[in-house]
Design a protein around this ligand. Structure first.
Ligand SMILES: [Zn+2]
Length: 436
């Protein structure tokens, strides 16, 4: 049983006590949600909104106060009837802490959030991994060098130490840590908490959840960067809380985070959304995953650089021709400055990304597709051909009303997603369905 899916679970034998406990938990989470989202509120107004009996509400509120989740604010304004003014209750956001850790290819960000998701501390440092030595010096922030030859377990222990130090810096008790969200640049299995493959870190089958949980003493939820960015853009960015959202995560690689009703669609092995490894007929380019012809080999940052190099080698004129090293951002800058080759390469990659977006639209029927990851800042130069390609490839009924938007959160999306996912999983999740 997954901790976020308690309702609907059936025990093999009917057990009255278990049913009673479930009802009590449902009622508790209803009351807590009302205080959290509608507070400050009185006990009487909670009873009215939930139609629970007043003594039931009072008992639950007493329990929430004792647990430190809710506190009394003092009396509100005098009741209309002229009676004693009710005591108002508010949610105590600092009663719980979560850690969100985004372990990026180059840099790692650890953020401490409270139970309302507000960030109260953040630490950023070079990602301590074995392969990172290969990109040392290329770090745009220039903040220190990467630590070479660090084993994944040791790297995760260093991330945990940074998280502990960040919590200590808040002066709040470490015991309030309720959950950890860990976000990685690669294939992850949410159900086992294992990072299956992260070529940029040189990681394969790393038990991220177990290592971090051992270090931090709290449940750990592991997601990939696209899933985290999707959750963050939905709640705080371009998604506007639509719930049914697909995020095309285009950068070094290509993947997607797919949300249904605000929650990540994982699939049985946790690899749902890896559309970058769907094959494109006729494409013979070898991929990081070991296969040939994957979409990400023609629709990613490295694909942009390869396409420019190939054209330059074939004699096409470009301002990038004399450069030893350049990246996708340099190609975008050249395109904006009037470089025709750079512009046509970006348009071509945009069209390939549009193909990926049309797959997402046809398969999942989202309300919004957000384009995130390292290529998103290229903007309309990439998005215009992407939209044109979507219009050409997506099924008309699936495309109706779909909006394609650029990421709003930028490089903050992954770590915000890590915090929000930790929070989402630490809350008991009940989906109440009313039927007429
Ligand atoms: Zn592949």
């Amino acid at each position: 049983m997954r901790p976020d899916e308690r309702v609907g679970e059936r025990s093999p034998e009917p057990r009255r006590g278990a049913d009673h406990n479930v009802m009590r938990e449902v009622n508790r989470s209803l009351v807590l949600a009302l205080v959290k989202e509608g507070g400050p509120v009185s006990r009487a107004s909670i009873a009215r909104s939930t139609t629970l009996a007043k003594p039931t509400v009072s008992a639950i509120v007493d329990e929430l106060i004792a647990d430190g989740l809710v506190r009394e604010l003092g009396p509100g304004s005098t009741a209309v009837s002229g009676g004693r003014p009710p005591i108002l209750l508010e949610f105590n956001a600092r009663s719980q802490l979560v850690v969100g850790a985004h372990i990026g290819a180059r840099r790692t960000t650890v953020a401490i959030g409270d139970a309302a998701g507000e960030e109260i501390a953040r630490r950023e440092f070079p990602t301590p991994t074995a392969l990172a030595a290969g990109v040392a010096g290329a770090d745009p922030a220039g903040a220190g060098t990467h630590i070479a030859g660090v084993a994944p377990a040791d790297a995760l222990r260093m991330v945990a130490a940074e998280a502990r130090a960040a919590i200590q810096g808040t002066a709040l008790p470490t015991a309030r840590l309720a959950a950890v969200g860990a976000v990685l640049p690669g294939l992850t299995d949410f159900h086992t908490g294992v990072c299956l493959l992260a070529p940029n870190l040189g990681w394969r089958d790393v038990p991220v959840r177990d290592i971090l949980a051992g270090e931090l003493g709290a449940p750990v939820y592991v997601h990939n960067a696209g899933q985290a960015a999707a959750v963050a853009e939905n709640l705080e960015g371009a998604g506007g809380r639509v719930g049914d959202l697909a995020l095309l995560y285009a950068g070094t690689g290509l993947s997607a985070g797919v949300l249904s009703d605000g929650r990540v669609f994982h699939g049985v092995g946790g690899t749902a959304g890896e559309i970058g490894h769907n094959a494109v007929p006729g494409n013979e380019e070898p991929c990081n995953c070991g296969k040939v012809g994957c979409l990400e080999t023609v629709a990613s940052g490295p694909a942009i650089v390869r396409a420019v190099r190939r054209a330059v080698a074939a004699g096409e004129p470009s301002s990038l021709a004399g450069l030893d090293t350049f990246d996708a951002r340099d190609v975008a800058t050249a395109a904006r400055a009037g470089d025709a080759l750079a512009a046509s390469v970006i348009a071509e990659i945009g069209a390939h990304l549009g193909l990926a977006a049309s797959w997402l639209i046809n398969a999942y029927n989202p309300a919004v597709v957000v384009v995130g990851g390292g290529l998103a800042p290229i903007g309309d130069l990439l998005l215009d051909p992407l939209r044109a390609s979507v219009a050409r490839h997506a099924l008309a009924p699936a495309l109706r009303g779909v909006e394609i938007r650029a990421s709003v959160l930028g490089p903050d999306a992954e770590v915000r997603g890590a915090v929000l996912l930790a929070l989402q999983h630490s809350e008991t999740y009940y989906r109440v369905v009313f039927r007429a």
